[in-house]
Design a protein around this ligand. Structure first.
Ligand code: ZN
Length: 293
């Protein structure tokens, strides 16, 4: 069999540079949700979708994220066909799933796979908010667990990029179960000494923040990302108190010990490369420590 046929069998998520171009028509104007500045898609794209005026980080789709952080902007995708079913026959869910697939081009709220960052092989999962608000149902949980198992088996670090409104309510308890399922799989990765870097992006809420997103050995977040369990308004109404303006932002979470680092999108790739590099050197430095070197 010719070599090129072997490689053709590998299914890439896409070459994102081609698909994202279609996602954002040229010349389209975007208003910054924070400062109100109007920018063209081209200006924004050049600036990694960060507002050129106030630095607000716009939400990225999974494909844009892959294009931005992965070497050559691509990965070898796992379980691309794995998608939600409608186990509870929740009214309207099947039709909504169909519409979401049609509209977004995604099969589920996460893409998982393997690739390299700065030359270091990793297993990666990237959530996408536009598919059902990045909610975690059975298929998302299963894809994450399979990615964790691949990381254990291959001894690759795991990097998960989260963005989610929480559990997928149309799957009810089956969706909540994914919190325990992904956490248990991560515990196994930890027992085996695997590295897990969690990157929180705007917004990360509910069952996702209450499970795998907050279990990273290292937890990074983009500036200004909203991260929490229940939303700010819900908490204010419950406790009948006004909360600070920056409540639940990355910076607030960092200050309160929930995060390890807040990293600007422009530095995310180089920061991850640095962390993966440090991790790759761990065994030899441990050996030095015991005098075996
Ligand atoms: Zn702005």
């Amino acid at each position: 069999m010719p070599i090129k046929d072997i490689f053709q069998k590998k299914k890439y998520a896409t070459v994102p540079s081609e698909r994202t171009k279609r996602e954002i028509p040229e010349g389209l104007m975007h208003k910054c949700g924070k400062c109100g500045k109007i920018q063209t898609s081209i200006e924004l794209d050049k600036n990694l979708k960060v507002c050129t005026s106030c630095g607000h980080h716009f939400i990225l789709s999974a494909l844009e994220r892959i294009q931005m952080v992965m070497d050559e902007g691509r990965l070898f995708e796992y379980d691309s066909e794995l998608t939600a079913e409608d186990p509870l026959e929740f009214p309207g869910y099947a039709a909504k799933l169909e519409a979401a697939r049609e509209k977004t081009g995604y099969n589920e709220a996460i893409i998982t796979g393997e690739g390299t960052i700065g030359g270091y092989p990793i297993v990666v999962g990237v959530m996408t908010f536009e598919f059902f608000g990045g909610s975690m149902g059975g298929a998302v949980g299963e894809k994450i667990v399979r990615a964790i198992e691949a990381a254990i088996q291959k001894k690759y670090p795991l990097v998960l990029f989260s963005t989610s409104g929480g559990a997928r309510m149309q799957e009810s308890l089956l969706s909540l179960m994914q919190m325990a399922k992904t956490s248990a799989a991560l515990a196994k990765l930890s027992e085996k000494g695997g590295l897990y870097i969690s990157v929180l992006t705007d917004p990360t809420y509910g069952g996702v923040s209450a499970s795998f997103a907050m279990l990273g050995d290292l937890i990074l977040a983009e500036p200004g990302a909203n991260i929490g369990f229940a939303g700010k308004r819900v908490i204010e109404q419950t406790i009948r108190q006004k909360l600070p303006d920056n409540f639940q932002t990355s910076e607030f979470n960092l200050e309160h010990g929930q995060l390890d680092m807040v990293v600007h999108r422009k530095e995310l790739r180089s920061t991850l490369t640095k962390l993966l590099d440090m991790h790759s050197q761990t065994p030899s430095s441990a050996a030095r420590g015991t005098g075996r070197n």
